[in-house]
Design a protein around this ligand. Structure first.
Ligand code: GLC
Length: 528
């Protein structure tokens, strides 16, 4: 029987790496490469060694026989293993290994035992290192929630992805979105990660949420990113490359370019939603009591600081705050109010009420419950035009139809006729197909099946819509959307960042090993 951690690593999309390790082993044209995953740094700049080749005594290259979470096994009995998160060892007898250092010089080594390839010097025993790795992975996979058989292979890859994306960051163990390119803890990613981690380790799930509550700013805002060097909570914290990228499209449709004044940067408000999901799996009223005041301050920040026209319906003041950086809604300027934001705020108020109820605070619960009702009523009264919800940019409707237009379903508080119209819209050719839900409607001129947030399917949007459909009384459509989402991920080949909705393949520039795709696929798959 194959071990529970049977996840074949291709060393391209799935590198050899380990929980807590910055080191990634990938295959290059001239051998294996070892590089470090660092915040906003290309792997070319963090390469520790490359062109690693193992040869038999006659000098013939020994190919990689298998790569698993435990080891990269070459022919000839040579293995590459993690002795600890900072140490890769190469073990074998009789063969030799050669590689290149970043300064261009070469190294060779005659293998006779267990040698440190990268990491502090030390004496290791290969059998002990392998046994420890096997035990570590068996223990992790023992905690994987069961899924049905056609989803098992992808689910195992998802479960492995969640483990290897865990890194020590800012004094905690944080799950990074991807060791390829996103090496930090991003706000709403962490909340989605918590949704899956609650099945294995509620403590680790809570830790993801605490990352942001710990770094709450004095005004109540939660930062966008917590990384090795600090936080991203303001446009002044943005990496230089991001300014350039944003400048390419923000305001390009109507000339409303960003101002130079610093703008706060956060992510969509879903923290109370995530706290409650973890609580549902593993009730912990002490945790609820500890986080409730912070969640309240985070909620109030949107009304106090992110509602420039003061109409009670907050806006995103920066594309990153929406989490949909490249969406064509941002072609119409740097400030926007897509219908998801106020939908999330309605649900957050309901969750603040649920938490207060669980803490036995009836008056507070009643306050939040009525806030939720009033906010939902305001959203419908001001933003439902009789046919649809649309994004506003600086007060004017944006002529782009996105999946966010359907997100008021998430509140579960819409008048029946409005909810039914949104569900019809979702089932219409604009948004429905073999692989719903495109982030931009199929029939919209801005639809691009490969470009980030301009058409591809993202699992968080689907996941939130599945919940919204259930909450709004459409269990059958929810079940179908869940099934189509699972089938797309099962059939595509990897846990990508986003998928081309026309072909079901990985979209052109999407990263792989993506945390929330792994997390949300797994959570949907694990449902009974
Ligand atoms: C991209 C996404 C954003 C996400 C971040 C980290 O910037 O647009 O929503 O939080 O990557 O995954």
């Amino acid at each position: 029987m194959s071990p529970s951690y049977d996840v074949p690593l291709d060393l391209v999309e799935r590198p050899f790496t380990d929980r807590g390790s910055r080191l990634l082993v990938t295959a290059g044209p001239d051998g294996l490469r070892v590089a470090r995953a660092e915040y906003e740094t290309p792997l070319d700049e963090t390469t520790e060694l490359s062109a690693l080749v193992v040869r038999d005594p006659a000098g013939r290259p020994l190919p990689v026989r298998t790569a698993t979470p435990v080891e990269v096994a070459f022919e000839g009995g040579v293995s590459l293993l993690f002795a600890d998160p900072a140490t890769l060892v190469l073990a074998g007898h009789g063969a030799s290994a050669s590689w290149r250092l970043p300064d261009g010089t070469g190294r060779t080594l005659a293998l006779d035992g267990c040698h440190v390839l990268t990491g502090p010097p030390g004496a290791w025993s290969a059998p002990a290192v392998r046994a420890a790795a096997e035990a570590r992975w068996t223990e992790w996979f023992d905690r994987m929630p069961p899924v049905r058989s056609d989803l098992a292979e992808r689910a195992r890859t998802a479960w492995w992805t969640l483990a290897v994306n865990l890194l020590p960051i800012a004094g905690r163990e944080g799950l990074v979105p991807s060791k390829y390119g996103y090496v930090g803890v991003w706000n709403w990613d962490a909340l989605f990660h918590a949704v899956a981690l609650r099945h294995a380790s509620p403590a680790l799930a809570r830790e993801q949420i605490l990352f942001f509550l710990d770094h709450q700013l004095p005004d109540g805002r939660l930062p966008d990113v917590v990384h090795d060097h600090g936080v991203l909570a303001d446009t002044t914290d943005l990496p230089r490359a991001d300014h350039a990228r944003l400048a390419e499209h923000v305001g390009s449709a109507n000339g409303s370019r960003p101002t130079r004044a610093p703008v706060p940067v956060t992510k969509p408000p879903l923290a109370a939603w995530a706290v409650w999901k973890v609580h549902e799996t593993d009730p912990d009223t002490d945790f609820l009591a500890a986080v409730h005041p912070k969640l309240v301050r985070a909620h109030e920040w949107w009304f106090a600081a992110s509602d420039p026209d003061g109409d009670g319906l907050p806006e995103y003041l920066h594309p990153y705050s929406s989490g949909l950086d490249d969406s064509p809604i941002w072609d119409y300027g740097p400030r926007a109010e897509p219908p998801d934001l106020n939908s999330y705020l309605v649900l957050e108020a309901d969750r603040l009420a649920d938490i207060a109820e669980a803490l036995g605070r009836a008056a507070e619960a009643a306050h939040w419950r009525s806030r939720a009702a009033a906010h939902a009523a305001l959203l419908v009264a001001r933003r439902w035009d009789g046919a649809r919800f649309t994004t506003l940019a600086a007060g004017a409707p944006v002529p782009v139809r996105t999946a966010l237009d359907l997100m008021p379903l998430f509140t579960g508080r819409l008048p029946a006729g409005v909810a039914a119209a949104l569900e019809r819209d979702l089932r219409s050719p604009a948004f429905w197909g073999e692989r719903p839900v495109p982030t931009v409607a199929f029939d919209d001129p801005a639809f691009d099946p490969d470009a980030m947030w301009r058409g591809p399917v993202w699992l968080n949007v689907n996941y939130l819509l599945v919940e919204g459909l259930r909450r709004s009384g459409f269990p059958d459509t929810a079940a179908e959307l869940r099934e189509r989402t699972l089938a797309m991920v099962r059939d595509a080949g990897g846990l990508y960042e986003y998928w081309n909705p026309l072909t079901g393949a990985r979209a052109a520039r999407a990263t792989s090993g993506f945390g929330w795709s792994a997390a949300l696929f797994l959570d949907l798959a694990a449902e009974r």
